[in-house]
Design a binder for this molecule. Structure first.
Ligand SMILES: Cc1cc2nc3c(=O)[nH]c(=O)nc-3n(C[C@H](O)[C@H](O)[C@H](O)COP(=O)(O)O)c2cc1C
Length: 262
């Protein structure tokens, strides 16, 4: 990839996901497309605050996307609180078939994450954890964790809190990211309750994180610590799936196919 070959296309990207005939286009905010020769680096930002445009966390997610966009990535923003994502029922159908029994927006958002080179997750601290909407999305990803579906991707997380534990919330999201097989490049965690200007310095940090995410993807950055964990985790999930191979047919076939490809 060479930065002097960037061609920016400021057209709005339109996504055509539908839910029961209703267009979901409005949930997918402005996208800027950048080309490096024929390679497009795609970065997806997801905010899990229900406060939509008023969300402080959204400002951090947007900051990361802006830093990545300025570096040359194609960026997309999604508010998951506008999506219909049902609770996981723990039925195990996804392990067996690769598909969920719930017909909702989860498949579309998972597809967008799988299509991205880089992923940004944002959540405010809600009672020392992520919001229910973010957790609901994570719970639907157990099959993706078993298959290490984010292997080769990069990600980061941002969080805001009134007074405490924004750091821990961002760390939790990053641990989910790495659990899926992706490499985390860092976090921004801001306490906004007593300092209205904190978010402004947070946005600067977020832009920097966006540039870091872009560079990590571009250079295929390897963090030796996370790399060792990736290797161990892949071995663990291969063994787990093998042990459950009669029940988890889809996951067994998936790992078998990968082994055949290597
Ligand atoms: C239901 C709820 C729970 C919250 N729990 C905490 C908390 O445990 N600790 C804290 O410091 N702030 C807490 N907050 C404050 C938010 O984390 C804070 O206002 C955050 O910046 C909101 O982000 P947003 O504007 O992106 O929604 C809570 C807010 C709400 C609405």
């Amino acid at each position: 990839m060479s930065s002097n070959r960037i061609v920016r296309d400021f057209r709005l990207a339109i996504y055509s996901h539908t839910r029961g005939g209703e267009s979901l286009t409005h949930l997918y905010t402005s996208v800027v497309k950048s080309l490096y020769g024929n390679i497009i680096m795609k970065i997806l930002g997801i905010n899990g605050s229900p406060k939509k445009e008023k969300s402080q966390t959204r400002r951090l997610v947007m900051g990361v996307l802006e830093g990545a966009r300025q570096s040359g990535a194609e960026v997309t923003f999604v508010d998951i609180c506008g999506l219909d994502i049902k609770y996981c029922t723990g039925c195990g159908t996804c392990y067996a078939t690769g598909e969920c029994i719930s017909d909702d927006d989860f498949a579309a958002i998972l597809e967008k994450m799988l299509d991205a080179d880089g992923i940004v997750w944002g959540s405010p601290n809600y009672i020392n954890s992520v919001t229910a909407q973010v957790k609901t999305m994570f719970d639907r990803m157990a099959d993706s964790i078993h298959c290490q579906s984010f292997a080769g991707k990069y990600g980061c997380s941002v969080s805001t809190a009134g007074g405490s534990m924004a750091d821990e919330v961002a760390d939790y999201m990053n641990s989910t990211m790495t659990n899926l097989g992706a490499t985390s490049v860092g976090k921004v965690a801001i306490l906004v309750g007593a300092d209205p200007n904190a978010i402004v310095s947070g946005e600067k940090q977020a832009k920097e994180l966006g540039r870091k995410l872009f560079e990590a993807i571009k250079t295929k950055w390897v963090d030796p610590v996370q790399e060792k964990q990736h290797v161990e985790r892949r071995e663990y999930f291969k063994r787990l799936v093998m042990y459950n191979k009669d029940l988890w047919k889809h996951e067994y076939d998936y790992w078998k196919r990968l082994a055949e490809l290597q």
